[in-house]
Design a protein around this ligand. Structure first.
Ligand code: NAD
Length: 298
């Protein structure tokens, strides 16, 4: 079992840290929010006055932070950065969803200090974090991947080695861009059927067994009351927030610009999610984009 420092105990990081404790690891946790720290300490973690004190004895350092600027500051800030306090031979696992450029920058700076790094963003949401069934998309060397795999196993079900540093972040934005396009397409197709007198359950069943079949239609249907146990049947509460999808689509567009890639469907999905968020839906599940195409109110 390993000594692990965990920084960032929000909706995702809190339950992920608890799963490491359940797996028998020794976990020292830190967050700017005292209540977030208290919840994980209650489950058996230790804590220190600063993240610096937590990382000193850690073999692995895991971070689950909101965005690239937080990851950059936590590791590389000249005053409080963890970089000067992490022991040589340790490995940093950053599971935040951030731009690949920042991941590579942190990886390079840590390597100069003899510290390993993987970017390991996740898919599976808060439900997956609690259940320990997340998918991890890992960017790093073969050796780094081999070292972190047993640690990630305690928090996830599918651990993928996507490629070198930054590759995990690229895989994550490709997946979420495709997911958003599928959700928009499924929503407009269902609304078209409804506007022309079809029953949403009947149409969903037909398309699920036909060539329109896809994950958003088959297991995460955006039309209320077609399925139980999905956010659309619970007033779009829980699940994966519109604000987070909008953030990920922003990262996908930045990635497309950097690589001169053409992503017209992703660009349209980004605009639609930005508009949906700006209309006050940022805290709802991303399947609520279904309402954007609602014909019954016209
Ligand atoms: P969150 O806002 O709930 O948690 C972030 C935590 O980081 C907060 O507790 C905050 O206090 C802490 N924090 C910020 N700056 C810090 C610092 N300098 N030192 C210590 N702690 C600091 O966010 P979340 O929903 O847990 O998401 C975290 C990351 O996971 C994001 O990058 C997000 O895009 C990604 N993600 C989220 C989901 C999801 O469904 N929530 C799914 C997949 C990926």
């Amino acid at each position: 079992m390993a000594n692990i420092a965990f920084v960032g105990l929000g909706n995702m990081g809190g339950p992920m840290a608890i799963n490491l404790i359940k797996a028998g690891h020794k976990v020292c946790v830190f967050d700017l929010s005292e209540s977030a720290v208290a919840q994980v300490v209650e489950q058996g973690a230790s804590t220190k006055v600063s993240a610096i004190d937590c990382v000193k004895d850690a073999r692995f350092i895991i971070s689950m932070l909101p965005a690239g600027k937080h990851v950059d500051a936590v590791y590389l800030s000249p005053e409080t950065g963890l970089i000067n306090h992490i022991a040589k031979g340790s490995v940093v696992i950053d599971s935040s969803t951030i731009d690949a450029t920042t991941s590579r920058k942190v990886a390079t700076a840590l390597a100069e200090q003899g510290v390993g790094f993987v970017d390991a963003p996740v898919s599976g949401g808060v439900g997956g974090a609690v259940a320990g069934t997340l998918s991890f998309m890992v960017g790093g060397s073969d050796d780094e991947f081999k070292q972190v795999e047993p640690i990630l196993d305690a928090m996830g079900k599918n651990i993928f080695h996507a490629g070198e540093h930054g590759a995990g972040q690229i895989a994550k934005v490709c997946n979420n861009m495709l997911l958003s396009v599928l959700m928009v397409g499924t929503s407009e197709a269902l609304q078209l059927g409804l506007a022309n007198g079809l029953d949403a359950k009947v149409l969903s069943n037909i398309m699920s067994k036909s060539s329109g079949s896809n994950w958003t239609l088959d297991v995460y249907n955006p039309c209320p009351d077609v399925m139980g146990n999905v956010p659309s049947s619970n007033d779009y509460q829980g699940g994966f927030m519109v604000d987070l999808m909008a953030k990920d689509l922003g990262l996908a567009m930045d990635t497309a610009v950097d690589s001169k890639s053409s992503t017209p469907m992703g660009a349209l999905a980004r605009s639609l999610y930005a508009m949906h968020a700006a209309s006050g839906n940022g805290g709802k599940d991303f399947s609520s984009i279904f309402n954007l195409f609602n014909h019954s109110s016209k």
